[in-house]
Write a protein that binds this ligand. Structure first.
Ligand SMILES: CC(C)(COP(=O)(O)OP(=O)(O)OC[C@H]1O[C@@H](n2cnc3c(N)ncnc32)[C@H](O)[C@@H]1OP(=O)(O)O)[C@@H](O)C(=O)NCCC(=O)NCCS
Length: 167
């Protein structure tokens, strides 16, 4: 994993979380699979992700957790792509089960918003499975609004809800 200098520090309910950028597609995919998204390689490949990270089309942030007396380890990640018309589109967001409901995803999205604003983006978008109620609750809670539904959007034929947040 490519560790760059920490961008922010928040206090989780049990441990300290730092957020840092990564450009290592292999490590990011391994992390996402390990902590909760088994189907990452169904919609992207290591080579494609690495190319987008190298060219700056995609940005990836990782949440690292530091428990007292233990090594730092990754507990969450967000990946987003810079699109036309100054949209920043979230491709992936996942937090390890043990660290859910501790504001890790909120911190990742907040940091991504800062990056988006710095890069002149006008809105953050995300698509999610229309039966993913926890994620829906999360995104609405951090200020996203429903922008519509696209039928059979995903490779497995499921529908997507599109959410957006103006920056
Ligand atoms: C969705 C997900 C990223 C949320 O991560 P998280 O770190 O637990 O989220 P946060 O702790 O920042 O949650 C902030 C708020 O969002 C809402 N929220 C988060 N998870 C929720 C859930 N499962 N049910 C209801 N509301 C939820 C709550 O209001 C929460 O605040 P609270 O804990 O004080 O009540 C996480 O559940 C996850 O990794 N899910 C699997 C992957 C996924 O579905 N990704 C999204 C698709 S892009």
């Amino acid at each position: 994993m490519t560790d760059e200098s920490p961008d922010s520090l928040i206090s989780g309910k049990e441990a300290k979380i730092t957020i840092q950028q990564s450009k290592d597609a292999v490590a990011l995919i391994r992390l996402a699979e390990l902590i909760g998204l088994e189907d990452v390689t169904q919609w992207t490949t290591v080579n494609r992700m690495q190319q987008f990270l190298d060219t700056g089309q995609w940005i990836a942030l990782i949440a690292m957790v530091q428990k007292p007396g233990k090594n730092t380890e990754p507990c969450g990640a967000i990946i987003a792509g810079f699109e036309e018309e100054r949209r920043l589109w979230i491709e992936l967001l996942v937090v390890a089960q043990d660290y859910r409901r501790k504001s890790v995803a909120s911190a990742l999205v907040t940091q991504l918003e800062e990056v988006g604003k710095e890069q002149g983006c006008r809105a953050l978008f995300v698509d999610l499975d229309d039966d993913n109620n926890p994620a829906m609750q999360f995104y609405l809670g951090v200020g996203f609004q429903n922008a519509g539904i696209i039928r059979e959007y995903y490779y497995d034929g499921t529908n997507a809800i599109i959410l957006l947040k103006h920056l």
